[in-house]
Ligand binder design. Structure first.
Ligand code: 5GP
Ligand code: ZN
Length: 114
C-alpha cells in the first residue's frame, strides 16, 4: 500500500534499523517505546488489521510469533519474560493500520492492561 508507513519501513523507503529481518517479517524499534525493549514485528505484506486475516495467513501469523520469540532471546528477555500484543481497531488501541505485533520487555508488566 503506497500510503502505509509500515509498508514503507518494510520496503526500506524509510531508513530504519531492523532488529529482525527475513523474507516474510521485519522487526524494528518502536518510535515511542513503552518499555526498555519495545520492538514491532510486521509482515512485509500489507494486512490492515487482525480482522483481515484469512486462513492462508495462519502460517504467517505463527511466524510473527516465532520471530518475536527469537528477538526476545536476542534482547536477553526470554528468561525474565516479556509481553506480546496485537491491538485491533479503535477499542483495541490500534493507530497504525498495518498488522504489527508489539514485543515489550525489560520491566514488569501490569495486568489488566489499560
Ligand atoms: P498501535 O497503537 O497501532 O498498536 O501501535 C502503533 C505503534 O507504532 C505505536 O507504538 C507507535 O509508537 C509506533 N509508530 C508509529 N509510527 C512509527 C514510525 O514511523 N516508526 C516507528 N518505529 N514506530 C512508529
Ligand atoms: Zn502497510
Amino acid at each position: 500500500m503506497t500510503d502505509c508507513i509500515f509498508c514503507k519501513i518494510a520496503a526500506g523507503e524509510i531508513p530504519s534499523e531492523f532488529v529482525y529481518e527475513d523474507d516474510q517479517v521485519v522487526g524494528f524499534r518502536d518510535l515511542n517505546p513503552q518499555a526498555p525493549t519495545h520492538v514491532l514485528l510486521i509482515p512485509r505484506r500489507h494486512i490492515a488489521t487482525l480482522n483481515e486475516l484469512r486462513p492462508e495467513d495462519e502460517a504467517l501469523v505463527g511466524h510473527l510469533y516465532t520471530a518475536a520469540a527469537e528477538v526476545a532471546r536476542r534482547e536477553g528477555l526470554a528468561e525474565a519474560g516479556y509481553r506480546t500484543v496485537i491491538n485491533c481497531n479503535a477499542d483495541g488501541g490500534q493507530t497504525v493500520f498495518h498488522l504489527h505485533l508489539h514485543l515489550l520487555g525489560g520491566r514488569r508488566m501490569s495486568w489488566p492492561p489499560g
